[in-house]
Design a protein around this ligand. Structure first.
Ligand code: NAP
Length: 285
């Protein structure tokens, strides 16, 4: 099997490292923007070969995995549209599925071969240097197959993720984007907003110096890649706005309770949240 991974950053490079560790015996090619990055990837045995030309790299591909920021997907799809073999499976790792599906269907002529995927695994660091061979171990990977996706193509992509230790689940495209807006996209937006608001204060240095554990935990994801998160906000705006509106209403409710000294409301809100958070811990473990 020849797998072509487009974009060898955190997710792409972690995947190529992990699949080799799992005993993959096929060919792995990276499509990168600079020859330096490609040479480094080969030197580090992350892939067997590299190319800076996507259109020629995919001519004998069995699977093409797009692992670039959301708004870079369209250009990659366009670049391979004419040279991709009919038999090749096209998958991705993007955080927003509706956008990827729309772009892929507009460009590729074989919807049966499209199998969107999203590994729920990541971290704040980006790029090849951040690659982690165990990144996907015991992490969920959500597939959002299209009605047209062939079962063989879905099984192939599922098999790749299972090999790297992930637990594969399936969701409808819209459902994925709504759920992930609540659980990932909006928490990142809130963390970016809080840290940015505090950084603008005159006493920012002092605020950060005395930051307690709660602030460290909550703000951790604000160290994530700004381009990646800007792209996610721009490609999943509807679901993110709905989730933000829900959160804003609830925050307003809590604000009123603080303003009026309504301890019952505050305690019951925090208690409900505590129970829900503990249940979530149980689900995760
Ligand atoms: P990353 O570490 O920043 O890597 C992105 C890769 O894409 C790099 O190889 C970069 O090349 C390449 N790239 C960036 N802009 C490009 C462009 N305009 N054209 C062509 N290539 C471009 O990002 P990542 O964390 O691996 O994320 C990749 C995808 O996975 C994103 O769609 C993201 O939404 C999704 N995802 C991320 C996480 C996470 O926590 N990080 C988790 C799940 C899914 P250079 O090295 O030349 O810059």
């Amino acid at each position: 099997m020849h797998i072509v991974v487009v974009g060898l950053g955190l997710i792409g490079a972690s995947f190529t490292a992990a699949i080799q560790k799992a005993g993959f015996t096929g060919q792995l090619t990276a499509v990168v923007r600079s020859a330096e990055a490609g040479k480094e990837a080969v030197a580090r045995s992350l892939v067997h070969a590299y190319s800076t030309d996507l259109s020629s790299a995919v001519t004998d591909a069995d699977v093409v995995m797009l692992a670039v920021p959301m708004l870079a997907m369209r250009a990659q799809l366009n670049a391979m549209a004419d040279t991709l073999p009919d038999s090749a499976i096209v998958t991705d790792v993007g955080s927003v599925k509706g956008y990827f599906v729309k772009e892929a269907l507009a460009v590729l002529s074989h919807p049966a071969r499209i199998v969107p995927a999203h590994p729920i695994a990541g971290r704040e660091r980006s790029g090849m240097d951040a690659a982690d061979v165990d990144l996907f171990q015991q992490r969920r990977v959500i597939l959002t197959p299209l009605p047209e996706s062939s079962s063989t193509a879905v099984k192939t992509v599922e098999g790749l993720w299972t090999q790297v230790g992930a637990v594969v689940e399936t969701l409808a495209v819209d459902h994925h984007d709504r759920v992930l807006a609540h659980t990932s996209h909006v928490p990142h937006v809130l963390a970016f907003a809080l840290v940015d608001a505090l950084a603008k204060q005159q006493e920012a240095e002092e605020i950060f110096r005395y930051a307690a554990g709660g602030f460290r935990d909550f703000s951790r994801v604000a160290a994530s890649d700004p381009v990646m998160w800007s792209d996610i906000c721009r490609t999943n705006p509807k679901a993110i706005l709905e989730s933000l509106d829900l959160f804003s209403q609830h925050l307003q409710h809590i604000r009123s309770a603080i303003e009026t000294g309504d301890g019952d409301t505050l305690e019951s809100t925090f208690e409900r949240a505590r129970v829900a958070r503990n249940q979530y811990n149980d689900v995760q473990s």
